[in-house]
Design a protein around this ligand. Sequence first.
Ligand SMILES: O=C(O)CCC(=O)C(=O)O
Ligand SMILES: [Fe+2]
Length: 252
Amino acid sequence: MNNILLSLMTELEEHISKVFTSKKIAKYKEDFSKNGYVKFSVGELVPAELFTLIQKECFELLEAHSIRRDVEVSSTGNSKRTMSNVTAQAIRQYGQVIDSIYNSAEIKGLLSQISQDQLVSCWEDEHYIINHLEQSGDTHGWHWGDYPSTLIWIIDAPSIEHGGVLQCIPHTTWNKSEPQIDQYIIDNPIYSYFHETGEVYFLKSDTTLHRVTPMKSSKQRIILNTCWGSKFDTRDSVEHETMLAAFCEEEA
Ligand SMILES: O=C(O)CCC(=O)C(=O)O
Ligand SMILES: [Fe+2]
């Protein structure tokens, strides 16, 4: 780790203990269990300088290692993934900041408190991914995550009229052979959230059906996804067909 990153990671420790009072954590805990979603405002989760480093790494990785995807995923009712992305392998191999953030005990500890879970590393190909919606119509269609805890960092987002809004249906279950997404949409309220650059949100990704609405213009929307499993996961094995179908091949 270089010196600048090292000192920012040390600063992060102080930042989190200062910003996240027990009162604030109690409120977020309640919101997360109710909505499967909590949003951190610009500068709240990590200091601005650290966010800038994360952004810079994302832009550099996208420039050199992004792969265009255009697929429909059968285990999520043939919903679309149309975007470019940078895989976890490339982020690990060519980056530095994102992997440090992923392994930060402070971030894992804070999210564990909010979710009343104990976050642990998941399958290494799902630790993190950069997603870039770049063309008009690009979307991250309806899906659930393989793991419970996902933190989405809004690296660069256009204003609301350009699309790219997060929509969520919390407290739902993914039946991979019969996902019944349209039925869930009909039967439940859909909660929509707009995010601006610099915000970060925490999602209960395994039980919140979610998507990003199609872009209405070719303005870019870039996010970094960081994802953790639970120490209390009792599954013998976790299937990763969405990830494999949509994001893991070398060439789209
Ligand atoms: O782009 C977003 O806000 C959500 C991304 C997402 O759902 C994912 O990466 O699994
Ligand atoms: Fe997701």
